[in-house]
Write a protein that binds this ligand. Structure first.
Ligand code: F6P
Length: 348
């Protein structure tokens, strides 16, 4: 008699990141036909609580790797706090032999609660913010940087045409990786990061110097969580039930109004927002995620649970799950990319 197929659940939690679909396609292509039944959990943890699943058939998944978003849906709510026992019961009711969860810090904070139980779990870290410890890079980040650099390069034309400063606000919460990567890749004139509170007077002096040198337009890339020295980041609103409740916003708009007055140079702002999450994944993110999906599948086949699939020293490998459950990985003050910006004469 043939052995019973093992049921493996896959869920995607937290903010979507380009490459999630590629992880799903890679896992399904790799495991299907080899004694596994792949079950998609709808909308992150919510799908466990309400039992909403979808059978993941190889044929139906072919080609989703090129799409942003997630085939499974996702949710920002970690949802397990205070509902641990219910979570366990609902999870066991799905009769899964293991779970692959692609998520960010919010997702793993939720999962940590159930780690003490015997739920076999493999984590695949994702966030466009690139701020997870334990992995050198998270997927979705390269795509987010592509959105930023393409936007800055494009906006330079209208900035020059109108003799304006344009401030481009990026995502990234408390970590400035997207502003730094996207700003460097587009040779922005100034890059403002949450990790490096800037001096207002130094920024004005720099902007005036460029104006006096005859520059027509000026491009500033600012992280949504950036702030001047001694000032608080700009919180736009809070989201009930989300592990990271604050949503940042408004910084670029306020900076534009202020710098226009100070430097006597017309200024506008552009908030890239969720465009940074919704572009089709770059080739780099596709390679990263197809390799991460394969590694997750290998861990499942080996029964090597409670591992995270990570990227270290130029290769996809695995590490204890606890390696990625740490506070946000921020841009170090002396990070070589900060130095690159300084050597290029970029205000940072
Ligand atoms: O953590 C990813 C992220 O995209 C942040 O960069 C951003 O601040 C936040 O999510 C936005 O979340 P939401 O989708 O709830 O607006």
């Amino acid at each position: 008699m043939a052995a019973k197929a093992k049921r493996i659940g896959i869920l995607t939690g937290g903010g979507d990141a380009p490459g999630l679909n590629s992880v799903i396609e890679s896992v399904v292509r790799s495991l299907s036909g080899k004694g596994y039944e792949l079950v998609g959990i709808r909308d992150g943890f919510e799908g466990i609580f309400n039992g909403r699943t979808v059978d993941l058939e190889r044929e139906a998944l072919m080609g989703v790797h090129s799409l942003a978003g997630t085939y499974l849906g996702t949710s920002n709510k970690s949802g397990t706090a205070g509902r641990e026992e219910e979570f366990r019961q609902k999870y066991y009711a799905l009769k899964l032999d293991g779970l692959i969860a692609a998520g960010g810090d919010g997702t793993f904070a939720g999962i940590q609660i159930v780690l003490s139980s015997d739920i076999p779990l493999i984590g695949v870290p994702k966030t466009i913010d690139n701020d997870l410890e334990g992995t050198d890079i998270t997927f979705g980040y390269d795509t987010a940087c592509a959105v930023v650099s393409e936007a800055v390069d494009a906006l330079r034309a209208t900035a020059d045409a109108h003799r304006r400063i344009i401030i481009v606000e990026t995502m990234g919460r408390t970590a400035g990786w997207i502003a730094l990567g996207g700003g460097l890749a587009s040779y922005a004139d100034a890059i403002l990061l949450p990790e490096r509170p800037f001096s207002r007077s130094e920024l004005v002096t720099y902007v005036k110097r460029l104006k006096n040198s005859g520059r027509r337009g000026l491009m500033i890339v600012a992280s949504e969580g950036a702030a001047a020295k001694g000032e608080e980041a700009s919180i736009a609103f809070k989201v009930e039930g989300s592990p990271q409740a604050e949503r940042f916003g408004g910084f670029a708009e306020r900076l534009a109004r202020w710098i226009e007055g100070e430097a006597d140079w017309e200024a506008r702002h552009v908030v890239l927002g969720h465009l940074q999450r919704s572009r089709h994944p770059t080739t780099t993110d596709r390679f990263l995620t197809l390799a991460m999906g394969l590694e997750a599948a290998r861990l499942v086949a080996a029964g090597d649970w409670h591992k995270a699939v990570v990227y270290r020293n130029g290769t996809v490998t695995n590490a204890p799950l606890s390696d990625i459950m740490k506070p946000a990985r921020l841009v170090a003050p002396e990070h070589r990319w900060v130095r690159f910006a300084q050597e290029l004469g970029i205000f940072i």
